[in-house]
Design a binder for this molecule. Structure first.
Ligand code: GLN
Length: 487
């Protein structure tokens, strides 16, 4: 196995035993980017010099005994987390040359741990989308089939991990943006409980739904990254002061004390690809073979999740994105002398069509006279969805479902059909609306060789249970070592 193919856990052990150095490992990852990113297009910025400097510092820490588990590990970051001195674009022309003067809290944590930050990863602009086609700069491709979408919005993060262009990555998830690309690219990704990870320095899309989380080559790797970034942060008033367990201490194998709920609304969902359905059913059988008991649960308000999300998320986005007006930072249309014209042109030229669509939708939903009918109503549905989960978790420890209704589809398939793209979020949105954690773990492949993911959702702050079931499943299913060939 070559160095760039290592998991974080494997690399950390080799670094600790001084069998490899972080500089060697980082060089291997940079070489890999050089070799394959021309095909995949996952990175918006590669910080070669910064990464090598951090690797040297990491080697020093490894030598003097002050190293952490992530010390010297090359990671990639979705380009909507602020990195001091390093361009942060949100894949938007409006922030094309934005250099943040500060680090997001998650970046501060990773730097403290001694991780090597290789660069910034492509995404749908401002995290709005499920395909990466809505990036203002380029389309990331799925390493398993370069003609297909990697998913989104954290498609760059998922593709980079799948193609071994970093050992792990951070993404963000507002309605599925970690889990869905993880599923499409055959990697693991977890959206933690809302409030588990600080959002300070995460460029806001929909503040009541956004959450940062890791994508990795294994369940253990995701646990190791979440260990480094989770915890209360006084600079994010929505981060919760709950004790954080050591997630990487995952008990092995036996699930005989675990009850897993299967929601009938999800298994009979319209538009569910039979191959996805079959892979998920097989995964459930594997989880049962580890001792877990399965029961049917009801999530009766699921059918309203897409409608509620696509009112709440654009509404919050329209408010959050009001700050990009060409005055304070980012792109400005300098040809105008009239202030209103300058605003108009800056925003029409700086934002792409999907972002403009969301701003218009959200502004309409929040406008006087409509607020109660749209945002108010959607918030009530949100409460009903949250109550559904609470009730279901009275009789089970976790809920399993598909992640996406189909495997990754061809690039271009939904480009002019936003409704179809929105509908494909049906299995992931509810976890964000309810604020609960959800993990995507690879569970099979389609006949065409595209990865399929299994979603496991849990109680608020119940990530440890998700890691436990996912780790048990991963070991029993044994599909983790399959790699894309990138030809
Ligand atoms: N696909 C969803 C959307 O377009 C979710 C995006 C996300 O989680 N950031 O809004």
């Amino acid at each position: 196995m070559t160095l760039h193919q290592l998991t974080i856990a494997q690399a950390a052990a080799l670094l600790k035993n001084k069998e490899i150095s972080s500089v060697e490992l980082t060089r291997a990852v940079l070489d890999r980017i050089e070799a394959v990113d021309g095909k995949v297009d996952a990175y918006l910025t590669v910080d070669t010099n910064g990464a090598l400097a951090q690797a040297k510092e990491a080697d020093q820490r490894l030598a003097d005994g002050t190293a952490d588990t992530l010390t010297g590990i090359p990671l990639g970051i979705k380009d909507l987390m602020c990195t001091k001195g390093l361009r942060t674009t949100c894949a938007s022309k409006i922030l094309e040359n934005f250099i943040p003067p500060y680090d997001a809290t998650v970046i501060t944590h990773l730097k403290k741990a001694g991780a090597v930050l290789v660069g910034k990863l492509n995404m749908d602009e401002f995290a709005m989308g499920s395909t990466n086609e809505h990036s203002g700069f380029k389309v990331t491709r799925n390493p398993w089939n370069l003609e297909r979408i990697p998913g989104g919005s954290s498609g760059g993060s998922a593709a980079a991990v799948a193609a071994d262009m970093c050992l792990g990555a951070l993404g963000s998830d507002t309605g599925g943006s970690i889990r869905q690309p993880a599923s499409h690219c055959g990697v693991v990704g977890i959206k933690p409980t809302y409030g588990r990870v600080s959002r300070f320095g995460l460029v806001a899309f929909a503040s009541s739904l956004d959450q940062i989380g890791p994508l990795g080559k294994s369940v253990t790797d995701c646990a190791l990254m979440l260990d480094a970034i989770a915890g209360h942060d006084p600079r994010d008033s929505t981060s919760v002061n709950e004790p954080v367990p050591v997630f990487a201490d995952i008990p092995d194998g036996d699930l005989s004390d675990v009850v897993v709920g299967i929601p009938e609304e999800y298994t009979n969902a319209k538009g569910l690809d039979p191959q996805v359905d079959a892979a998920v059913k097989k995964a459930i059988a594997t989880i049962e073979s580890l001792g877990a008991r399965t029961i049917t649960v009801a999530l009766p308000h699921t059918e309203h999740a897409v409608a509620a999300y696509y009112v709440i998320a654009p509404s919050e986005a329209s408010s959050n994105l009001a700050r990009y007006d060409g005055v304070k930072y980012g792109f400005r249309d300098k040809s105008q002398t009239d202030l209103m014209e300058m605003y108009r042109n800056t925003r029409s030229q700086g934002f792409g069509p999907e972002v403009q669509r969301r701003i218009i939708l959200g502004t309409y939903a929040l406008s006087a006279g409509y607020y109660d009918a749209y945002y108010g109503k959607a918030s009530q549905i949100r409460t009903l969805i949250r109550n559904d989960f609470q009730k279901a978790f009275e009789s089970c420890d976790a809920i399993v479902s598909p992640v996406a209704p189909t495997p990754a589809y061809p690039i271009g398939a939904t480009l002019n059909d936003p409704l179809t793209m929105y509908l494909s979020d049906v299995f992931t949105l509810s976890a964000n609306l309810a604020g609960i954690p959800g993990i995507s773990v690879p569970c099979g492949f389609s006949d065409e060789g595209m990865p399929i993911g299994l979603q496991i959702m849990g109680r608020h702050f119940g990530e440890a249970m998700l890691f436990r079931i996912a780790r048990g499943f991963e070991a029993a299913a044994g599909i983790q070592d399959k790699k894309p060939t990138l030809e």
